[in-house]
Design a binder for this molecule. Structure first.
Ligand code: NDP
Length: 323
């Protein structure tokens, strides 16, 4: 089968578009013939070696396609079922083996590209807003990179819950998208000091929670944007990993809470995935969640997708179309 993989971590030039053996499903697994693979920042972490796995490392953490066959002990799935999943590596390929409990059936009316576009970033936005810091009506949250994949979905969900969203982004055009998604305030953090702006917007109080997927470049100012006892949710490293800090700093800045969550710990079984994915598909169906699949590439062009995402050239979702 054709796949995008690396033998050694590095730049986009290390991405190989080549042939690998089609995987065989073991007990509890299904073989999925992929139609679309979602591109996420985590693919860049695996490519550069920030996150590691044994080579050949087939990239892609999210896919949609058709069940081809199932291993022993798999129930409730049959060949031909349309399915989608996140957090099983290897979706940048024509076929992937996926633990059956991670697969959800795609509702009629949702196409493969949309399904591949919503699973990882959508379930992430869902757990951030409902589980890590359960937003309530009236809360104020700061969402960094609000025009990105996670950012646009998180902004919509937070607004839906009744929270006020302050969104940051690196350009005016991106801020416009964040506002369309429901951000009440937009801050261009390339030209404005977002900490000062947050203090101004909140009348000096600070926000209840910061959702920060940008990492190194925003971390400290994000802490300073919180109200006393607010929660810092550091969920990504788009600008690099956050350096070590002393716990005492959290006390000095207002008895803050700090968490560094991963979707892997918030989509732990079939029920949790069904809850999060079920909400997302229902909101797509009733029109209250708009997916912006802004960038589509053939599988062979994964390097271009990586370059665009890493280069801050994208908004919304990037998807590789496979077959
Ligand atoms: P995005 O579509 O949000 O792309 C990343 C965005 O980050 C860019 O578009 C850019 O927006 C902003 N950014 C700021 N500084 C930089 C920089 N130096 N280099 C690159 N980008 C920068 O990506 P995703 O939606 O895929 O992921 C967003 C974040 O969420 C990532 O950190 C990712 O790792 C994390 N994540 C974490 C998960 C978890 O469970 N912990 C799950 C899913 C994603 P702008 O130009 O507006 O600044």
């Amino acid at each position: 089968m054709k796949a995008i993989y690396i033998q050694n971590p590095g730049g986009v030039e290390n991405l190989i578009y080549g042939d690998l053996p089609t995987p065989v499903p073991g007990p509890g697994q299904a073989l999925v013939r992929l139609a679309a693979s979602g591109v996420n920042f985590i693919d860049i972490y695996f490519r550069t070696g920030l996150y590691q796995a044994d080579p050949p490392v087939v990239l892609g953490m999210e896919g949609a396609g058709t069940v081809e066959s199932a291993g022993d002990g798999v129930t409730g799935l049959k060949a031909g079922d349309r399915v989608a999943y996140a957090m099983a590596r290897g979706s940048d390929a024509e076929y992937a083996v996926v633990p059956a409990w991670q697969l959800v059936k795609i509702p009629d009316g949702v196409d493969f590209v949309s399904a591949a576009a919503v699973m990882l970033q959508g379930m992430t936005a869902h757990y951030l807003a409902f589980s890590t810091f359960a937003l309530k009506p009236g809360d104020t949250c700061l969402v960094h990179a609000a025009a990105g994949g996670v950012g646009l979905i998180l902004t919509q969900i937070a607004k839906k819950i009744g929270a006020t969203v302050i969104g940051t982004a690196g350009s005016e055009a991106k801020l416009e998208l964040a506002r369309e998604a429901g951000a009440a305030h937009g801050i261009n953090y390339s030209t404005q000091d977002f900490q000062q702006e947050v203090k101004r917007i909140t009348g000096g109080r600070g926000v209840d929670v910061v959702y920060d997927g940008v990492g190194a470049e925003t971390f400290l100012k994000s802490l300073d944007s919180l109200r006393p006892r607010g929660m810092m949710v550091s969920f990504g490293n788009a600008s690099g990993p956050v350096p070590a800090i002393q716990p005492l700093m959290l006390s000095q800045k207002g008895s803050l809470f700090l968490t560094r969550p991963s979707l892997a710990n918030y989509a732990v079984d079939r029920d949790e995935i069904a809850w999060r994915a079920g909400d997302l598909f229902r909101w797509i169906d009733d029109g209250s969640l708009k997916l912006r699949v802004e960038h589509r590439y053939p599988l062979a062009d994964a390097a271009r997708a990586h370059r665009d995402l890493e280069g801050r050239k994208t908004t919304g979702k990037l998807v590789l179309e496979i077959q």
